[in-house]
Design a protein around this ligand. Structure first.
Ligand SMILES: [Zn+2]
Length: 501
């Protein structure tokens, strides 16, 4: 049946009741196109009109006065959801303009996802959340303590069934953290079998690859092969060249990835804008030979220098937190290599005695600026934070604003619209998120209003929780979640599932 609408409903925007109008905004729409000054009309959670709204009234009216309006940023590799019900306002994320986070990263997720999604729908938070299903989580529940080996086919079948359960609940796909326990002990075949399992669902593969230093090229081969053999989109998490002898190889890496793409493999990456990472101290030893001083010497020469490792958490001796390995070695009158092995020996002893894992972490500088800029500029690299709400790395609060302020405005690595595209439209494409990532009629009103001339990260290693400057107002699904430097206490975040609409 054809329905003829009266002409005034179609043509008269004056008759429309907007909930919010944002006037005179420099709209940077997320597509990479040049920004344009215009007005935006929002009805409920949706962008209803883009264009001249002079003479039209709304319940909430904001004069942007030329400030930049972008789609809310999508963080494709986030750890911000740790302890989320204690910080429902997600200050760390929204204060840098993030409105959607994708969790379940590095192989770690909430299992079963259905339970987590139920809790989230009972107690919503300020941002939208989507999740992968984590290989380490699943492997841990199947293999338990006996994980330092390949899984049997029987065990792989059990993992597959858990993965299918999560896929049916809306997981984006499989995530791995192959530098971490227990995933590091998996065979490439185990990973491939699991990746193939998500293909019929239209799932994807996201990986903290098996090595970001010593065995880097082999690890890249592995993820390329997953994309090829499972025929699913694959994404390299927080892409980096984290070893001195890999520095300067970003061109060869990108050539290799582009070649794979030409051959039909949908490989992409995300990246955070820092030359130092944050992880467990034990990740330095992929062969888990923690007492090998020769290995420790190699690490301190090739991967990170004694001055460039800072203990962010060390619950055994909290007085060492914030100090470099060089300083600690000096205090104990030991060589840095010996000190490194001893710090880990103390952790292992602590864990044995207390039968629980030790709270420890390091910040380590392993990357170089030229590579970061090149990798960040790759047409298939979107921005992520890898950050958490209470972590010791400033990326938790400053990753996106650092890209906008430092890399785009100051270093001119790319124009503002390109930076925004890498945080929005491109990220939505990489995650197959629909109706987000662009300022477009009919899209969800996830928006960030910021001062492009002033936006900058403020978080540092000393003050990792310092909020950014220049982010003025952030909307999630049409509602303000952050304004004037503070969360609003409104929780309009949605759960984003695979094949979302
Ligand atoms: Zn990771």
């Amino acid at each position: 049946m054809l329905v003829f609408l009266p002409a005034f409903i179609i043509f008269s925007k004056q008759k429309t009741e907007y909930d919010t109008i944002i006037r005179h905004a420099m709209v940077c729409d997320g597509s990479g196109n040049k920004p344009l000054i215009t007005d935006i009309g929002i009805i409920a959670d949706t962008i209803a009109f883009i264009g001249d709204l002079k003479g039209t009234a709304a319940k909430n009216e904001i004069d942007a006065n030329g400030l930049t309006l972008a789609p809310g940023f999508i963080d494709t590799h986030s750890h911000h959801a740790g302890g989320l019900f204690q910080h429902r306002d997600f200050l760390a994320a929204v204060s840098q303009g993030i409105t959607t986070i994708i969790i379940g990263q590095d192989g770690e997720s909430n299992f079963p996802l259905a339970t987590f999604f139920q809790q989230l729908s009972d107690t919503p938070v300020a941002v939208n959340i989507g999740s992968y299903s984590g290989h380490n989580t699943i492997r841990d529940s199947v293999l338990g303590k006996d994980f330092k080996r390949y899984a049997t086919q029987d065990e792989i079948e059990k993992m597959k069934s858990m993965l299918r359960q999560d896929m049916q609940s809306g997981a984006f796909g499989l995530s791995t953290g192959l530098e971490y326990d227990p995933g590091i002990y998996s065979s490439p075949d185990e990973v491939l079998q699991l990746a193939k399992e998500v293909a019929p669902y239209g799932g994807r593969y996201m990986s903290h690859i098996r090595s970001e230093d010593r065995y880097f090229w082999k690890a890249i081969d592995e993820i390329v092969n997953v994309g090829k053999a499972a025929q699913i989109p694959v994404q390299v998490s927080h892409i980096k060249l984290a070893m001195h002898n890999l520095w300067g190889k970003s061109d060869s890496l990108l050539t290799l990835l582009d070649k794979a793409r030409k051959n039909g493999i949908n490989i992409t990456s995300d990246i955070y804008p820092y030359a130092f990472w944050h992880s467990t101290i034990r990740v330095l030893f992929p062969d888990r030979n923690f007492s090998d001083e020769k290995e420790a010497e190699m690490i301190l020469k090739e991967i990170t220098l004694p001055d460039d490792i800072i203990l962010s958490r060390y619950e055994i001796q909290p007085e060492y937190e914030g100090k470099s390995l060089a300083t600690i070695a000096g205090l104990e009158k030991k060589t840095p290599a010996r000190m490194l092995t001893e710090l880990i020996a103390r952790i292992e002893k602590f864990e044995k005695e207390n039968k629980r894992s030790c709270d420890e972490g390091i910040l380590a500088t392993s990357m170089n600026e030229t590579d970061i800029k090149k990798l960040m500029s790759w047409s298939e690299a979107n921005i992520c934070s890898d950050g958490s709400a209470f972590g010791g790395h400033p990326r938790g609060y400053g990753a996106f604003t650092k890209v906008l302020g430092h890399y785009a405005r100051e270093e001119k690595v790319f124009p503002l619209q390109e930076a925004v595209h890498k945080m929005t439209g491109l990220s939505a494409e990489h995650m197959a998120i629909k109706r987000r990532g662009l300022i477009k009629k009919g899209y969800y009103a996830d928006l960030v209003l910021f001062d492009a001339a002033k936006v900058s990260d403020q978080a540092t290693v000393r003050e990792p929780q310092k909020i950014s400057e220049g982010i003025r107002i952030v909307w999630v699904n049409g509602e303000q979640v952050f304004k004037n430097g503070k969360p609003t206490g409104i929780y309009p975040g949605s759960i984003i599932k695979r094949n979302n609409k």
